[in-house]
Design a protein around this ligand. Structure first.
Ligand SMILES: NC(=O)c1ccc[n+]([C@@H]2O[C@H](COP(=O)([O-])OP(=O)(O)OC[C@H]3O[C@@H](n4cnc5c(N)ncnc54)[C@H](O)[C@@H]3O)[C@@H](O)[C@H]2O)c1
Length: 267
């Protein structure tokens, strides 16, 4: 029997596109642990993704929202409170997109208009989301807000390109808003830095398959799967982690603490 760590909790989950999405696993785990939540994604993603299947299975309402639009997010959180019957206990931001990465532009030859769009979708959206939640007083006391990030925020992974700067910005927004939300009503704000994971966003990065294998060998526990990331997120949404805030938490099988793994030299 799955522990009912999230019984009675109300949430909003961004970013489930298809079965491979990390947010998809997170939604399944949160439902199994007793949470009620709304699901959201960009209107365009709802047309080609499979979110309906998940929503039907879990009995969750879908509310379309472009995370770069303050107006969309105001409606999203107002409607979520109405549907769920009270203030929100947890929010997952699992959003990332880079046109320069998609078009395989080299880091030394990026389109800067696209770069700004990347920052807006992948990082500024986190600030916008927090600001809408803060100003609208949507979060319950001791609530939890989480963003998903990647270690390229701290170290150079050349093919991750401008997503590295997006993640650095995202992590910084989480730290800064963590202060303001703690002061307001004890809400915590954290980011989880996840292993490479086979998803639509992940596989958009050049050479991802080879890199996935490299990270898997480098990490003493191997790459952390999406389902385990979901279990970790659930602990952070639960009351067991009430004093964890303003942190970037590595969920990566030990990758971030390794300098060299002899297995890589032997291969
Ligand atoms: N896959 C990996 O290797 C990996 C590793 C570490 C962190 N992450 C992060 O995990 C998060 C989820 O990504 P994923 O790997 O599950 O891939 P994914 O492609 O399944 O999810 C990305 C989501 O972002 C959504 N999105 C894009 N633009 C949006 C907008 N304007 N408004 C609202 N939503 C929008 C997409 O529709 C999609 O659902 C991202 O932040 C990603 O950077 C992924």
């Amino acid at each position: 029997m799955t522990p009912q760590l999230l019984a009675g909790k109300r949430g909003v989950i961004f970013g489930a596109l298809d079965e491979q999405s990390i947010a998809w696993s997170i939604a399944e785990v949160c439902a199994a642990m007793g949470a009620k939540f709304t699901l959201t994604n960009a209107p365009v993603a709802l047309r080609f993704g499979q979110l309906n299947t998940l929503a039907e299975r879990l009995g969750a309402t879908i509310i379309p929202a472009d995370a770069t639009s303050i107006g969309d997010m105001e409606k999203l959180f107002q409607q979520s409170e109405e549907i769920l019957g009270g203030k929100i206990d947890f929010v997952l931001h699992a959003i990332g997109m880079s046109l320069n990465v998609r078009k395989k532009n080299e880091y030394t030859n990026l389109n800067h208009d696209w770069m700004l769009k990347t920052f807006d979708i992948s990082a500024v959206s986190f600030h916008k989301m927090c600001q809408v939640l803060y100003k609208g007083d949507h979060m319950a006391e001791w609530g939890s807000i989480l963003g998903l990030t990647y270690i390229a925020a701290q170290r150079t992974f050349p093919d991750y390109s401008e997503m590295a700067e997006s993640k650095a910005l995202l992590e910084s927004f989480a730290r800064s808003f963590g202060y303001h939300f703690a002061e307001k009503n004890k809400v915590r704000v954290n980011t989880i830095s996840q292993s490479p994971t086979m998803t639509t966003a992940g596989q958009g990065v050049k050479g991802f398959d080879k890199f996935f294998g490299y990270a898997d060998t480098m990490s003493p526990l191997g790459n952390a799967p999406a389902l385990d990331c979901a279990n970790y997120c659930a602990t952070l949404f639960s009351d067991l982690t009430r004093y964890v805030t303003m942190q970037n938490l590595f969920h990566d099988g030990g990758f971030s603490s390794m300098g060299m793994n002899p297995k890589l030299i032997q291969e």
